[in-house]
Ligand binder design. Sequence first.
Ligand code: UP6
Length: 263
Amino acid sequence: NTFKTYADRAQQHPNACARDLLMLMERKKSNLSIAVDVTSKAELLSIANQAGPYICLLKTHIDIVDDFDADLVDQLETLAKQHDFMIFEDRKFADIGNTVKRQYGNGVYKIASWAHITNAHTVPGEGIIDGLKEVGLPLGRGLILLSEMSTKGALTKGDYTVESVAMARRHQDFVFGFIAQHQMNETPDEDFLVLTPGVGLDVKGDGMGQQYHTPHDAIVSRGCDVIIVGRGIYGHPDQIQTQAQRYRDAGWDAYLERCKLHQ
Ligand code: UP6
């Protein structure tokens, strides 16, 4: 039986960032990442503070915040320590290595200085990983690749997905997983984490291509590891805690069911 719990995987994983995340998930009993796609600093901080106790990972789109400043990052880091979560900037880098290296380390956001995890499209080929790695690896950061998108008509399928996994395999010191809709491992000793957006319990889509599946579907049927939930939680501003707890429970129950199935 080759099934491994998050705790087993935390012990054995070759990538430091993946080990930290898996350990945190186990310790906190949460495989929930919240996507906080709001445009004001105050709102972002308030949601992070309310959802903090229920999440393993806070996913940001830092460039949509109208009143971004360095203090926002300081406060997010404080909340991350206080509530014990990691930070994932969903930057979706997509340029040549020499450019993404600057987009990651420099500019207004200096993403590499605060985001434990970021991600990249594989459309430019492997040079994008080389560029990001130059900046991120010395800082102990981790990268995930987009091998499968959640949206209707996405071109991330077939050979594109297969090639993306092959690229990750060649950079396991830095790349530890995927944004995808299915488990991506090819051999029993391979252990890429799969973080899955397009998760919701109440609606099937958003009229702009997004497609939603349940936490159960993602974790049990498709073998994903982390559920990413945005509007399902922050779309109810007066119920952040209730919804975060609801998705945390749904994600963790699904994980326990997966463990039981493989016992
Ligand atoms: N996201 C997707 N699909 C992908 C990759 N990333 O939805 O394939 C991101 C979006 C958003 C979040 O950028 O931040 O995940 C999903 O939010 P939602 O739950 O509100 O749809």
